[in-house]
Design a protein around this ligand. Structure first.
Ligand code: NCD
Length: 309
């Protein structure tokens, strides 16, 4: 398979490449848990360049490089603490950072920023989320989570409940799932539907996609439910007022189905997933955020030429 130099979008990855990345990720489990030590990325420096808030994505990238023996420069609030605040362009910023680091994980509030950074940088760029566009490393950890929780991906019915209009998570996940023989049920209030262009695009793959606004009905058909928050910071305020609280999953809704469903959430959770689900046997969102460390270890090793698929 061709060497992976950047991870900007999930779209260019074939099913074979995705499976190989997930297999490689699994080999890092003991290192991700701190049970074994590794020097695989010794002498390598990761810069996490985050212009938007993050807990899991930034810290799991940082855990990944540190647990593989590498080093880290963390810019957690680049909008106010880097020269972006003075008006420096992204191109100039990344051409500076490449003098100090070997790889950059970037999160940015403008769609296309990771690609823009990659145009200028001679070191690998990993897209950690660019506005409502893509979040490819999240999609990979989501697939790994489905595979670990359900032992397979093909054949599953996956309900994805949320703000498909403004979320990058659902776009990358939809493109990733399009490589599998799955039935994806997109659940959302009509105002938060997935863009028609993206829907048409993903429908060209192996998965089938349907849409509904009836959560309970979708749960009744699903093996996996993936729920995520309304992207408040990306919605015009008046639009947010109309849709806030529009969907919620609680334990009673899951119990009503009468069989165990795998419950995923990229986090952060606001009010769409009740805390009474945390003790439900299928709830796996904290395991899901652990899986991010393994996937990001694999991606760092790949783009730094220290692993092959
Ligand atoms: C997501 C994101 O930043 O897009 N969080 C994450 O990376 N785990 C989801 C969200 O913010 O809703």
């Amino acid at each position: 398979m061709a060497a992976i130099t950047d991870v900007l979008s999930i779209k260019p990855f074939s099913r074979r490449e995705i499976e190989a990345i997930l297999d490689l990720s699994e080999t890092f489990e003991d290192f991700a848990r701190g049970k074994k030590e590794s020097n695989l990325l010794a002498s390598k420096v990761l810069c996490t360049l985050f212009y938007e808030p993050s807990t899991r994505t930034r810290l799991s990238f940082e855990s990944a490089i540190l647990r593989l023996g590498g080093k880290l420069m963390s810019v957690a609030d680049a909008m106010t603490t880097s020269s972006a605040w003075k008006g420096e362009s992204l191109g100039d910023t990344v051409r500076t950072i490449e003098n100090y680091a070997d790889v950059i994980a970037i999160r940015h509030p403008v769609a296309g920023s990771a690609e823009e950074a990659a145009k200028y940088a001679s070191i690998p760029i990993l897209n950690a989320g660019d506005d409502a566009n893509e979040h490819p490393t999240q999609a990979l950890l989501d697939l790994l989570t489905i595979r670990r929780e359900r032992r397979r991906i093909d054949g599953l019915r996956i309900a994805v409940v949320g703000d498909h209009k403004y979320s990058r998570v659902t776009k990358s996940l939809s493109y990733a799932l399009a490589n599998y023989d799955v039935n994806v049920i997109l659940v959302n209030p009509p105002a938060l539907a997935l863009s028609r262009d993206v829907l048409e695009d993903v429908k060209r793959g192996r998965a089938t996609f349907e849409e509904t606004d009836d959560i309970q009905k979708a749960l009744g058909k699903a093996d996996v439910v993936y729920i995520f928050r309304i992207q408040k910071e990306r919605l015009p305020a008046s639009e947010y007022e109309r849709v806030k609280g529009a969907y919620v999953i609680d334990r009673a809704m899951l119990e009503k189905v009468g069989r165990e469903i795998t419950v995923m959430h990229p986090m952060p959770r606001i009010d769409e997933l009740s805390e009474d689900v945390d003790s439900y046997p299928g709830a796996c969102y904290f395991r899901q955020s652990f899986n991010g460390v393994m996937v990001r270890m694999a991606l760092l090793a790949l783009v730094l030429g220290k692993a092959k698929i």
